[in-house]
Each structure stands twice: as C-alpha cells, then as structure tokens.
Design a protein around this ligand. Structure first.
Ligand SMILES: NC(=O)c1ccc[n+]([C@@H]2O[C@H](COP(=O)([O-])OP(=O)(O)OC[C@H]3O[C@@H](n4cnc5c(N)ncnc54)[C@H](O)[C@@H]3O)[C@@H](O)[C@H]2O)c1
Length: 460
C-alpha cells in the first residue's frame, strides 16, 4: 500500500451532528471554516449550474468567486445581467451588491479558495464519446494551484470513475494525499432549469468522497445551502446515481414515444391512455411523448455510461435502444406534417409551416440538442417555408439561415398552412391557435382537451 492508498483509507474525523470533532488537522480547520461561513468558495463554470450555485453560497454568507473562461459571460454577470433564467438579474445584483460574489476569468483567484466546485460542460464528441476536455482543463487549473487543506468537488455529470481516475491523480502527482491534505468528492447537480417548484436549494445533494473525510466535508458544505444531503460510499456511486436518473428518464421517454407511435396506428390518443394509466396510485410514473430528446443532460449523459461500459466489455442495450427511438422522433414528426398536408391535398414543398417553440423543453430558452431544430431543418430541406414563434428564443440558425422569432399572433397562425407544436411553452394560447390554424400537428399534446374539429388537429 503506498502513501496515497493509506491516505484514502484515513479515518473519518468530522462529525457535523455533534458540532465537530476536535483536532487540528486540515479537515477540522476546513470544517470549522465551512460551519462559520468564513470558507472562501470558488465555482468554476458560471452557466446553468455554476451561477445559481454561486448565488446560493453567496446568499448563505460565503465569499464566492465565480470563474469562467467566457469573457462575455463574465462581463454580463459583472454588470448584473444574468445569462441564466433561474437567476433573474435583480437576484444577481442583490448578491453582487453585498460584495460576497464576484465573477472573473482569472484562475489566479483559486489561490484564495478553501473550496473549489467544478461545474463545466461535459458534452459529447461527434462520435458520441464523452468530451471530458473541459473537466480535465478545469481540474488541471485547480491542481496547478492546489493548496493544502482545500476541498475540491466535481459537479459536472460524467462517466463513473472520473473523480478517482482523472482528478485524484492530478493532485497526487503534485504530492497531495487525498483525504489528508486535499479533499476530493463528486456531487452531481440535479437541477431542472425553469422548474418553479424545485429550485437548487430544494433538491437533495448526493455526495461521494474519495475518503470518508472527503465525503463528510463535502456533505457539510452542501448542508449549508440545500434541503438534504445523501452521503454515499464512493464518488463512483454518486457518478452512477446521476447517470441512472438520466438513463431512467431517457428510457421512459423512449417508451412513451414508441407507445405514442403504436397508439396512433391503433387510432387511440396516447395522452388519454397515459393519463388513464397514471390514475394507478402505485407502480406507475407517467412520461409523455414528444418530438425527441434535447438539452444538455438527457440527450447526452447516457452515452457517458455506455462509453464506460463498452470499455468494460458490456453493451448498455437500453441506452442504445432509447437513443434509436428518441433519435427517430424528429423524422416521425416531419412525416406526420407531410401526411397531414397530403390529406388536405397540399404538399410539404412550398407549404408555410409555423413552429410553436424551439427550446428543448417548456418555459426555457435553451435550444441545445433541441429536436425542434432538427424538425425545422428537415422541413426546410423538403422545401417548406419555415417560421417559428418562441418567446424565450429570439433567433435560431437552421442550416445556412438565421431565423428570427415571430409572434404567435392570430394572423401568423392563420397565414400558415400548418402549425407544428414542438415545445409546449405555457405562454401560447393553444385554444386560439387551434381556432385560427388551418391545420395543427401537435407533437407535445399541448392542445389536448381543446375541442377542435378532429380533421384539423393531429396529436402525437
Ligand atoms: N443545465 C442543466 O440543466 C444541468 C443539470 C444537471 C447537471 N448538469 C451538468 O452540469 C455541467 C455544467 O452544465 P451547464 O448546463 O451549467 O453548462 P453551461 O454550458 O451552461 O455552463 C458551463 C460554463 O462553463 C464554462 N467553461 C467551460 N470550460 C471551462 C473551464 N475550463 N474553466 C472555466 N469555465 C469553463 C463555459 O464558458 C460555461 O459558461 C454539465 O456536466 C451538465 O451535464 C447540467
């Protein structure tokens, strides 16, 4: 057993429940600083995850520095303009006004930090393999400035093993003993941007440290700002818990999508079937069909698991089947539009199509991986004249064209040959849309329950 293995087995020395154990080691000093809120927190990545987290720690009384490589983002944050919908600009200004939160591109600010939390992107390469370069680069910056006694937490969703296989060696290579003079943990972010019921502080955190001391320090930290913390036995458990949550959602959406295709063939509304099944008070959780999977998480994260499993000689079959079904949904929606026009003796080529919503989900302006973009691209390639309405997304690029949002006005709706609902934003008046549109293809069942002549509304 080498020194680092011994360090990783170091006994747990922090007990928040009895107010803290004695001793004068680095972990005890850090625990005290976390408890009395003098610990200085650095959050790397100031996006959907990192900015709300920074604001939450600043609100709790910590001095927080938010670091991001994007100078435009930092400039906007510095003048109080929030780039993230979950943090209104006035809420951002409230914390910058206290002086407890500052945003910067300068990694030298890590020198002052007692706690560093990494919230950078984890996208896919074109091959659908993980692109871990942002995490590797951020972690290298932290390791290069490592100071004894720091707690480092990775929050980015990633493959099982990242914390121990990629991050720990960076610190160990600089002579640090994980669990003794640097504390390392994984704690996945589980936010749902745009969800008014469950904000960051309402969602329990899962925390898995490399050693027990790492786990308890990270849990102590998060207990200061969130409703609950579940400590697990290793970073790998925490990494896998996040992946399981997202694979669960991905697979169940795929099931709902395939079910919707089968229901259409049988002449039955999938929405009516799912809502009826959802009356069962146990053993059933409703998921609803749509034009495909989007966003930075559900569409991406399952591949972090399947990639790792492939390295272990195992094919993650559910992940691949769900991807196949969900990935075919944009084409299925285009097919529905073409068929519905055809039944009315119109062809897609030359048809004026107004899309309602291009964000990947309701009430947000995030178009990353949005299936709506693929639907619009495909409609344009088939000769349709495409426009879109989305109160959250002012413009989009489809192929070589930039489209600007138009209002979902009665005139625009009536002037189209077909309205296709791709995102069920609460802002649209679906009753008015169905009343004025010559034809609606509703890929979100947003018009469900609205009485309209059946011939004019096609639902998924
Ligand atoms: N957005 C969500 O709903 C959500 C939910 C749960 C988990 N996550 C996970 O959290 C992580 C971050 O996601 P996000 O949505 O906040 O991404 P984001 O793109 O909104 O923000 C990431 C930020 O990190 C910055 N960045 C990139 N590389 C950097 C580096 N080396 N150093 C400093 N800053 C860097 C980018 O400029 C960007 O501002 C991802 O792993 C994602 O899967 C996201």
């Amino acid at each position: 057993m080498n020194a680092n293995d011994e360090a990783r087995r170091a006994p747990f020395s922090i007990d928040d429940r009895d107010g803290g154990a004695g001793g004068d080691d680095a972990s005890t000093r850090l625990a005290e600083a976390i408890r009395d809120r003098t610990a200085r927190v650095a959050v790397i990545g100031q996006g959907y995850v990192g900015l709300p987290l920074s604001v939450e720690f600043a609100r709790a009384g910590y001095a927080v520095v938010g670091i991001d490589t994007d100078p435009d983002r930092i400039a906007a944050i510095t003048i109080g303009q929030s780039p993230t919908p979950d943090i209104p600009s006035d809420a951002l200004q409230a914390v910058t006004g206290t002086g407890r939160y500052r945003a910067t591109t300068d990694f030298a600010r890590l020198d002052d930090a007692d706690v560093v939390i990494i919230c950078v992107p984890t996208p896919l390469r074109k091959s659908k393999d993980p692109d871990i370069s942002f995490v590797a680069s951020a972690a290298a910056q932290v390791a290069a400035r490592f100071r004894s006694g720091q707690l480092i937490v990775l929050e980015s969703t990633t493959y099982p093993g990242t914390t121990e296989e990629l991050l720990a060696p960076l610190f160990e290579a600089r002579g640090a003993r994980v669990g003794v003079d640097v504390f390392l943990a994984f704690s996945p972010e589980r936010i749902d941007p745009g969800n008014a019921t469950y904000k960051m502080k309402d969602i329990p955190k899962i925390v898995g440290g490399v050693t027990e001391t790492c786990t308890h320090l990270a849990a102590l930290l998060y207990r200061q700002v969130v409703a609950g913390v579940r400590e697990v036995s290793s970073p790998k458990v925490a990494e896998l818990a996040k992946l399981y949550e997202n694979v669960f959602r991905n697979v169940n959406i795929a099931l709902a999508n395939e079910f919707a295709i089968m229901c259409r063939r049988l002449g039955v509304s999938s929405r009516e079937v799912i809502d009826a099944a959802a009356t069962k008070p146990f053993g059933f959780l409703p998921f609803y069909p749509g034009p495909g999977i989007g966003g930075h998480c559900i569409a991406v994260d399952p591949f972090y698991l399947s990639w790792k499993m492939r390295l272990n000689g195992y094919e993650a079959r559910f992940v691949h089947l769900a991807d196949e079904i969900n990935g075919a949904m944009p084409s299925y929606v285009v097919q529905l539009v073409a068929e519905a026009l055809n039944e009315r003796r119109r062809c897609l080529n030359g048809a004026r199509i107004l899309a309602l919503g291009v964000a990947y989900k309701r009430a947000v302006g995030d178009t990353r991986e949005s299936p709506a973009l693929e639907v619009l691209q495909s409609l344009r390639e088939r000769g349709a004249v495409v426009s879109y309405a989305d109160p959250y997304v002012p413009s989009i690029v489809i192929g070589d064209a930039e489209l600007k949002a138009v209002p979902a006005s009665d005139e625009n709706v009536a002037a189209s040959d077909c309205v296709v609902v791709l995102t069920d934003h609460p802002d649209f008046d679906y009753a008015r849309v169905t009343a004025h549109a010559p034809l609606v293809v509703d890929a979100r069942n947003a018009t469900w329950g609205i009485v309209a002549p059946d011939a004019r509304v096609v639902r998924l």
